[in-house]
Design a binder for this molecule. Structure first.
Ligand SMILES: Cc1ncc(C[n+]2csc(CCOP(=O)(O)OP(=O)(O)O)c2C)c(N)n1
Ligand SMILES: [Mg+2]
Length: 540
């Protein structure tokens, strides 16, 4: 079935965007993209604007990550697009289906020196799955539709189109084809069977499930596979919360013990990168389950690496017909380690120190956060602690920057989360250094009535860099910030509210006020600059 669409380039683009389930636009104004605004305005299509283009792309990425549907950022030509490149790159590393529509100087006088005349494609090509200039209005729906299909096809990722001025401003008409979601690609059944047999026969298997498990809607299948084969599950990225923390096979703290003693490590839907010791787990055999052949590791040789739709692979694991080794002792051994670590954490989270240690902040947050609260980490050590102490209770609630590790996602991710979930708590955990990248976008949140709570771990330093530099050189440079800076006053000046917290006992009432306030609210917690997150490798 096809539908006839007509209008200017912006209207043609919007028709194709809507057909693919795009529900909102994030942008920062620029004349090159006015027709897209005109289309949105006339159609009552939600449009949110920001104070820096990177926030627009991060907001689109948050929508994509949380909802498993495409996120859209519209960026004006030249500097609008270049300011969005860190966001695009993050989306590329995170396999997030984001479409960036860029404005572009007119084609008919290309080379004459128009304002912002610059070819974006060579810049964005390495960090997108597809990048294309669409030279005529008539061609826009086809290009938008094809780009979104590419973005949503595993392995997912961002795509970029730019629209020369005369293409987006002129009127066209064309056929819009009906949209079908990409068909699931089945992994090689023999490879799947080999992987399942390895897991079933293992004495001490472990599963580590990452973002693509959530993105591929394979959370239920993961649980079925873990239960059928009785394998302990650890998670990272958007995989966090895939099994509720109360599930007997759900683990978080015993990871080191698990990976040291495992004989088969099954990594699903996340790369064998620095977060997972580059896939080197000593003598353990590695099963790497990926959603597309392009994601197979090239730096290690897994014992099996099925590549295809994760839901189908995990369901096949659950249905494995052969014998299964008993893992009860192994699961019990890990439970002992997990419980011991939890008891240590509980002590740290209750500690009454002066200055406040980050663990206590998370102890208090655990009390006020609802199970479906969206938590967003943007910072260094303060966010490492968040990863350690916060346990997402359900999937699709935890947003970290992912393996690109880009500071500055905070307010963009918060906007995307708030727009996606108007009724949930949205809480940004932010380093004071990270705050510098996006705090001005509190103004965008205030103006567009998008309340969020921001908890700043204010240690007055770029902690994750200062401590390692001191350890390495015995001194540090470029690692200090103003101690005690009133980030809460910044938010007040922008129309929100906030307060300073210096004593552990004042944390709880401050957080209660923040979540009750209904406006962007910053709780500025003075934390101990001497506190350093313990790491095996101190470089990040
Ligand atoms: C855009 C960007 N610039 C620089 C870095 C390097 N970096 C990683 S963590 C960090 C320090 C973060 O400091 P802060 O947000 O105050 O958190 P803290 O470690 O003090 O808790 C820096 C500078 C980065 N990851 N991203
Ligand atoms: Mg800091």
């Amino acid at each position: 079935m096809t539908e006839r669409v007509e209008g200017h380039g912006g209207e043609l683009a919007l028709a194709a965007l809507r057909a693919h389930g795009v529900r909102e636009m994030f942008t920062l104004s620029g004349g090159h993209v006015f027709p897209l605004y005109d289309a949105a305005h006339k159609a009552g299509f939600p449009l949110y604007d920001v104070r820096h283009e990177q926030s627009a792309v991060f907001a689109a990425e948050a929508v994509a990550k949380l909802n498993r549907r495409p996120g859209l950022a519209v960026l004006t030509a030249g500097p609008g697009v270049t300011n969005g490149i860190s966001g695009l790159t993050s989306a590329f590393f995170n396999a997030s289906p984001v479409l960036v529509l860029g404005g572009r100087a007119p084609q008919f006088r290309w080379g004459s020196g128009s304002l912002q005349e610059m070819d974006h494609l060579p810049l964005v090509a390495p960090v997108t799955k597809h990048a294309e200039t669409v030279f005529s209005a008539d061609d826009i729906p086809r290009a938008v539709s094809a780009a979104l299909t590419t973005a949503l096809t595993p392995h997912r990722g961002p795509v970029f189109l730019d629209l020369p001025l005369e293409a987006v401003f002129s009127v066209g008409d064309t056929e819009l084809s009906e949209v079908a979601p990409p068909a699931p690609v089945e992994a090689d059944p023999e490879e799947v069977a080999r992987a399942a047999a390895l897991i079933a026969a293992a004495g001490r298997p472990v599963i580590i499930a990452g973002s693509d498990v959530y993105a591929g809607d394979a959370v239920d299948a993961l649980r079925a596979a873990a239960e059928a084969l009785q394998v302990p599950v650890f998670t990272n990225g958007m995989g966090r919360g895939a099994l509720p923390p109360t599930h007997p096979l759900s683990f978080a703290k015993a990871r080191r013990v698990a990976l040291r003693n495992a004989d088969v490590v099954v990594v699903v839907g996340t790369p064998l990168d620095f977060r997972l010791a580059f896939g080197d787990f000593g003598d353990a055999k590695v099963v790497h389950v990926v959603d597309a052949p392009s994601q197979r590791a090239t730096h290690v040789q897994p014992a099996a690496s099925p590549a295809g739709d994760l839901r189908l692979v995990l369901t096949a694991f659950a249905d494995h017909p052969g014998d299964r080794a008993d893992h009860a002792d192994w699961v019990a051994e890990l439970r002992v380690a997990e419980d011991a670590a939890k008891a240590r954490d509980a002590e740290e989270m209750a500690a009454e120190t002066d200055p406040i240690r980050p663990a206590r902040v998370y102890g208090e947050l655990r009390r006020v956060l609802a199970p479906d609260a969206i938590t967003i980490g943007d910072g260094g050590d303060f966010v490492s602690y968040a990863g350690k102490y916060l346990e997402p209770a359900q999937p699709g609630t935890w947003l970290d920057p992912g393996p690109y590790g880009c500071l500055g996602t905070g307010m963009g991710y918060a906007m995307g989360a708030r727009v996606s979930h108007p009724d949930r708590q949205v809480c940004v955990l932010m380093g004071d250094g990270a705050a510098g990248f996006s705090l001005m976008d509190v103004e965008s949140l205030v103006r567009q009535q998008l309340p969020v709570v921001i908890v700043v771990g204010n240690n007055g330093i770029w902690g994750l860099e200062k401590h390692p530099m001191r350890a390495m050189y015995g001194y540090d440079v470029a690692a200090d910030l103003q101690p005690g800076l009133r980030y809460d006053h910044v938010v007040e000046a922008l129309g929100g509210a906030g307060e300073l917290v210096g004593k552990a006992a004042d944390l709880a009432p401050a957080l209660d006020r923040a979540f009750a306030s209904g406006v962007p609210y910053l709780v500025n917690v003075l934390t101990d600059p001497a506190d350093a997150y313990p790491r095996s490798s101190n470089l990040a």
